[in-house]
Ligand binder design. Structure first.
Ligand SMILES: [Zn+2]
Length: 721
């Protein structure tokens, strides 16, 4: 809808266009650009897109995946210095390494032994496979969970399926209590964030949680395993943090402010994001002896997994000893920051980021993204050296400790929140850039049209445009999900944004529009040692062509935001999206206690204002030159819209999360209208009413603001005629 609306040309404008000596060249039209600027932009992009090369992507990927580089490790810090050096050589400016002293979480000892009915000592190791010498590296860690509690317990083991609340309800019905026991759960079926599994087990009173990768989810039941295929082999261990960062991300001891050296810190006991339960991830090799020996009732059909055994609920016969000792001393995390200063508007920023820390080698997660970012930095650096600077500033950030609790990005976002609220236009996140050929693009709805438009100008390695390839991949996904909705330009970009990566602080705390980009594919080695250079070169992206397209797309988006005459925000399309959120909220629920009419009216107002602004913007761009002062006023006004979705008090119970349209569930799943939705789900109508009013006021506020912006442009249009 947004695109159609933006391109609709009113009669008066058409007359104006026809009278001009040089008609606008439609083939060069770009959202936010006048015809002349679009022609210039197309030439810049053409030059830029020719720079990134698969050979360089591969070379950088090898640098970052040659050794394990977990957050806080000497290798990860060495990579920070390497990156800063390379960026300086490549022409990036103001390259700095920022330090945050955070609550550490590193394993000193982890062990698991079955003590009855037979003895089995879990290896907690990932064995090498033929052809991949990296797997012989002595510094590959054993199994551990970030932010696990320390302790020791010997207790019966219960199989609790996926470890979600409904699973414990079923156990209770079978008379099985998990208090003081060890629960064994699998990662998916359905997927939920492992931290949510840990919190659920903690609330149920379990003494420890073991989380294993069942072959039904990411192993041989899916297809060929490493080294023959992309799925997880017998010994693969999905490491990962169990941090309760759905309560507040970042350093648990500085919730809401930055962990710069010397910052105030809260006592550990008061930190809501630190789990109190022991946790350990397992390969199916180590989980199988436990499962195979369990007694108790047979587990239900949908609890049965991919191992050739009957899964039982357990609870008596199998007893195990778990021991975990963590080192929680303070440790420094390092964020690398560099920029290409804008030639005309240096105080307007486009922020790009990827995390550097990996559980082991990080073949996909995150070093594919790191390689794409390195190649993008080299390309934009080269352009700048040749004299082509963006109009606005492009900031590059390499985050640390994403895997622990989105820590580096959160601390940086908290440190610079005020400055970002004044200067930042958008944040573009690439975590894993490539695990296969299927493009997946996320954007807040106001930037979805420009994301879709940008993919039309890129070549997918399949030979189609990226836009066509994306549409086909999305249609396939929808068929698999049995979603009858047709793929159109207005629903191509995913506008449901949950948590689980570094965009979180920018969207939910700072109030910045965010985009997220990724190429997906069959990938069963996530967070294991097998996610490495070998895997990428055999399965993920052997020719590094998708890595290269990612650098190109990331750069085109940054350049369009950096060079636009009028920022390419589409608020009418945003309003339409918010309406969908509200409709979904009410679907199938008794809403008689809550009047959503004022909210829907607010959405209409915001949409009408957005349409008016779209029209004035189209007219102004079609008319050619836009007076710089007015453009500044419009652009700064547009930047303010996203900030206006913030409620300083945050969503009920989670004050750090301030955005009223976007949030995430404890599982990390996207949660639209978080405050309102959670209140409706709890049937807490008093809170629901308050949240609806907050939403209504924000909508009215933004409708007024956008209307004013349209008026400013309209005046300028009238005066030039
Ligand atoms: Zn990641």
């Amino acid at each position: 809808m947004g695109l159609v609306r933006r391109f609709a040309v009113s009669g008066a404008v058409l007359w104006f266009l026809l009278c001009r000596s040089e008609p606008a060249r439609a083939q060069d039209s770009i959202l936010g650009f006048t015809a002349a600027s679009a022609t210039r932009e197309a030439a810049i992009e053409k030059k830029f897109k020719a720079i990134p090369s698969p050979e360089e992507e591969r070379r950088q990927h090898r640098v970052f995946t040659s050794e394990p580089h977990v957050a806080g490790s000497a290798r990860n810090n060495e990579l920070a210095r390497y990156m800063a050096d390379v960026w300086r050589q490549e022409g990036l400016e103001d390259v700095v390494i920022r330090r945050y002293d955070v609550y550490g979480s590193n394993p000193k000892h982890t062990s698991l032994e079955m003590v009855a009915p037979v003895h089995y000592r879990a290896g907690l190791r990932e064995l090498p496979v033929p052809g991949d010498p990296d797997l012989k590296n002595k510094s590959i860690s054993s199994a551990w969970s970030g932010m696990s509690a320390s302790g020791e317990v010997t207790a019966p083991v219960v199989y609790a399926h996926s470890g979600n609340p409904e699973d414990y309800d079923l156990l209770r019905k079978q008379g099985i209590d998990v208090k003081g026991k060890i629960v064994l759960v699998r990662y998916s079926n359905p997927y939920s964030y492992r931290g949510f599994k840990a919190l659920t087990a903690e609330r149920e009173g379990a003494a420890a949680i073991l989380i294993y990768s069942d072959p039904a989810e990411d192993g041989y039941k899916k297809g060929q395993v490493v080294p023959k295929g992309p799925w997880g082999p017998e010994y693969h261990i999905q490491r990962g943090a169990i941090t309760y960062d759905f309560m507040v991300p970042g350093d648990p001891l500085t919730p809401g402010w930055a962990s710069v050296p010397g910052a105030k810190r809260i006592p550990v006991e008061e930190a809501v994001s630190i789990p109190k339960i022991m946790a350990l991830p397992l390969s199916w090799h180590d989980a199988k002896p436990l499962l195979a020996n369990m007694d108790g009732p047979l587990a239900p059909d949908d609890w049965q997994g991919g191992l050739p055994i009957k899964y039982h609920l357990g609870g008596k016969r199998v007893r195990a000893h778990v021991k975990i000792e963590m080192d929680n001393s303070t440790q420094p995390y390092y964020v690398v920051e560099g920029r290409i200063r804008g030639a005309e508007l240096p105080d307007e920023w486009i922020v790009l980021g990827n995390h550097r820390d990996a559980w082991v080698f990080g073949g996909v997660d995150p070093s594919s993204g790191t390689a794409s970012m390195m190649e993008l930095a080299r390309s934009l650096g080269k352009m700048a050296k040749q004299g082509t600077h963006p109009r606005r500033t492009v900031v590059f950030c390499s985050w640390d400790g994403e895997e622990v609790g989105l820590t580096g990005s959160t601390e940086w976002g908290e440190q610079f929140a005020d400055e970002l609220r004044n200067k930042a236009i958008a944040y573009i996140n690439v975590d894993s850039s490539t695990s296969g050929p299927d493009f997946h693009g996320q954007a807040v709805a106001s930037l979805a049209p420009m994301l879709v438009e940008s993919t039309r100008t890129l070549q997918d390695p399949s030979g189609k445009t990226l836009y066509e390839a994306w549409k086909e991949a999305t249609a396939r996904e929808k068929r698999i999900a049995k979603d009858p909705a047709e793929v159109t330009d207005s629903n191509l970009a995913d506008t449901r944004i949950g948590s689980g990566s570094d965009h979180t602080v920018f969207l939910n705390f700072v109030g910045m529009p965010v985009l997220g980009l990724q190429f997906d594919g069959p990938y069963g080695v996530y967070h294991s040692a097998y996610d490495d250079f070998f895997w990428m070169n055999h399965f993920g992206d052997p020719g590094y062509r998708y890595h290269t397209v990612m650098s190109q797309l990331w750069g085109v988006l940054a350049l369009r935001l950096a060079n636009a005459d009028l920022l390419p925000f589409d608020f009418a399309s945003y309003a339409d999206n918010v309406r969908q959120f509200v409709n979904e909220l009410s679907k199938g629920k008794d809403m008689s206690q809550l009047d959503l009419k004022p909210v829907l009216d607010g959405i209409d107002e915001f949409e009408t204002a957005g349409e008016r602004l779209d029209e004035s913007v189209s007219a102004a761009l079609a008319a050619g030159a836009i007076d710089g002062k007015r453009a500044d006023a419009i652009n700064h006004g547009m930047m303010q819209v996203e900030r206006n979705w913030l409620n300083p008090d945050g969503i009920p119970g989670r004050p750090w999360f301030k955005h009223i349209l976007y949030g995430a569930r404890f599982t990390y799943a996207h949660l639209e209208l978080p405050g309102l939705t959670e209140a409706v789900e709890k049937q807490d109508w008093v809170t629901a009413k308050q949240q609806a009013e907050i939403l209504q006021h924000a909508l009215e506020h933004n409708a007024k603001l956008v209307d004013q912006l349209a008026a400013i442009l309209k005046d300028s249009g009238d005066s030039t005629k």
